[in-house]
Ligand binder design. Sequence first.
Ligand code: ADP
Ligand code: MG
Length: 728
Amino acid sequence: MSKLRFDVVQDAFKKKAAAVETPEGKMSDYFGELVFNRDKMRKYLDAKTFNALVNCIDNGAHLDAATADGVAAGMKTWALEHGVTHITHWFQPLTDGTAEKHDSFMEYDGKGGMIETFDGKALVQQEPDASSFPSGGIRATFEARGYTAWDPTSPVFIQDDTLCIPTVFISYTGEALDYKTPLKKALKAVNDAALPICRMFDPKVNKVMSYLGWEQEYFLVDEDLYAARPDLMLTGRTLMGHASSKNQQLDDHYFGAIPSRVAAFMRDIEIAGYKLGIPLKTRHNEVAPNQFELAPIYGETNLSNDQNQQMMNVMNSIARKHGFVVLFHEKPFDGINGSGKHNNWSLGTDTGTLLLAPGKDAMGNLQFVTFFVNVLAAVQKHNDLLKASIATATNAHRLGANEAPPAIVSAFLGRTMTAVLKKLLEVPSDTPIEIAGKKGKSLGLVEIPEIFVDNTDRNRTSPFAFTGNRFEFRAVGSSANCAGAMTTLNAAVAEQLIAFKKDVDKAMKAGKPMNIAFMDTLKPIIKSIIDVVCFDGNGYTDEWKKEANKRGLDVETNVPKMFKSFTTKKAIDLFTKLGVYSEKELEARNEVKWETYTKKVQIEGRVIGRMAINHIIPAALAYQTKLLKNIDLMKDVFGEQYSAMAGVSMGIVTRISELVTDLRQQVDSMVEARKKANVIEDEYEKALAYHEIAESLFPLRKTIDKLEEIVDNDMWPLPKYRELLFIN
Ligand code: ADP
Ligand code: MG
């Protein structure tokens, strides 16, 4: 028999912090212990193999079969020393999370025994049965073959007893079936587009990197309470639950002392992360109770994104050891903040220049302004697409709610950069852009005050904010794979930089010096963006929605409709010209997105319906019966006077009847709506129908929440918000 809610809560309260795994030595001693990084390559590969592999990683050179065999042999030796028995190609299909299929090293040795084998072929390519991963119809199920192919730019790592090889995942006919493939293409596109511009400023530049620093927000709940909530278990969020009397209104959780059970968990995930070479830097409490954040030092985007996926896996598994479950859902609890994954993004050169930070001299500043303005132009042109790139059924609960990202993509510049851009429009094109002292003197020059460099003003309501040396794309969801947003952003910027360079070249051919050609090209762009995508005001207000609409920014709030942005002519041009997605891939991915959207809402609809019928209504009726018995007893004891004395009980009895009737009707009409939606063939139309159903779940839960308010606490079958959110 299942335990009573009260017992479950008591047990959860009594839990102590679990013991922390403490490795020997300093953190730097075990950092990267479980990744096949350059140190391991040096140690386990001969010089020729090492050089060939490094050339492949750094310069994209082809890796021949003999080298691959050499690399595999070295990896095997290293892996066996760590007790590894299996290998897997580790990839990122279009689902939540990563996928892996483990094969052991084991092989017959031909002499009646067994040996461990691992060769270049097994390292470089595998053919998993791919038919069960979402493909949007690219690969009919009878053509089950898909390939995983090694991505040598992200290091191989060990997870428990398994050697994990980061790979791309593509169909038999070459279409991407994952997040990594298009991301890598977009990263190449942005390098190709930015490099020629950077070389005009510094001919020594050979490569432009895109950088990502993610800030992962998450909730922790006690695993016993989690197990008592079917909605959390099956959908990742609470589909019902009355607000706790106290939640985040005192602002006492943000940056507060970390509870000991949570601190122990954080230490363990950090140690695991360090061993995987993930440079975790920041941990703190977030705004909502039981909400936390983890962030590493930023790194190259593809690598950093892999590390985010690895960390999510690590967090999921280590949480269990501490009696917790991690919630990555964007909105696990109604009425308090949800979770995002701010993507701090920038571009930088292999010579160490950050292209979105002010430079050392006037030309360095011109380069900075060039990239700064072109990024904004790209965001303006593709604001609809950027929003679509972060839109999901789960993130929809954050979008447009009063927190981080409004459902409109605009950019926050801050006072300094707004002033710089405005000044640039006034002065002659050959005016140098200077870094001034702490306050910035006014000499008619264009000046970036020194203090700005490490102290940008903040605007928490902007989905895309400039923060001194990078932009922070805040609209990304906490459960998302960052690649979706990063592919779109890098591609959009690449397209803009190509167009910009063309215009600069034209101006220089006409005889203009470089700085004037740049400024003359930048000025009309600045004019076109300054009053459109640039917005420093409060993004949460209704006025902004109206204003944004007037400015021509996309204000769509319906998630299935947002996905349409991926197949407009503008988007198809962008992605096909850069070779990031083919038209077929774009269409297929939208099919997957609509299908996923539909399924997520469908599951939520089923869960809330069944919980209403099997948990909530029985509990409400049981309490009603108890009240009726009370009324009956009153009558026995007090005779005629009973009705005045049993007024409270009778009121609740009536109220329960009303609410239970409403609830039953709401469930029935939701089930009817689902039946109708389920027979729609077209994935887009079906997702639209499910969007309506998603909207109807809110009033339904409100009825349940009203019942929670009046039903006997002892008889309520589910852990409540105050219990889920305040036990650690
Ligand atoms: P916040 O104050 O917004 O929480 P932090 O200073 O903690 O920001 O940094 C958030 C993330 O931004 C970290 O991962 C950090 O490494 C990253 N970051 C810092 N500079 C850059 C940059 N130039 N490009 C990309 N990410 C960066
Ligand atoms: Mg931040």
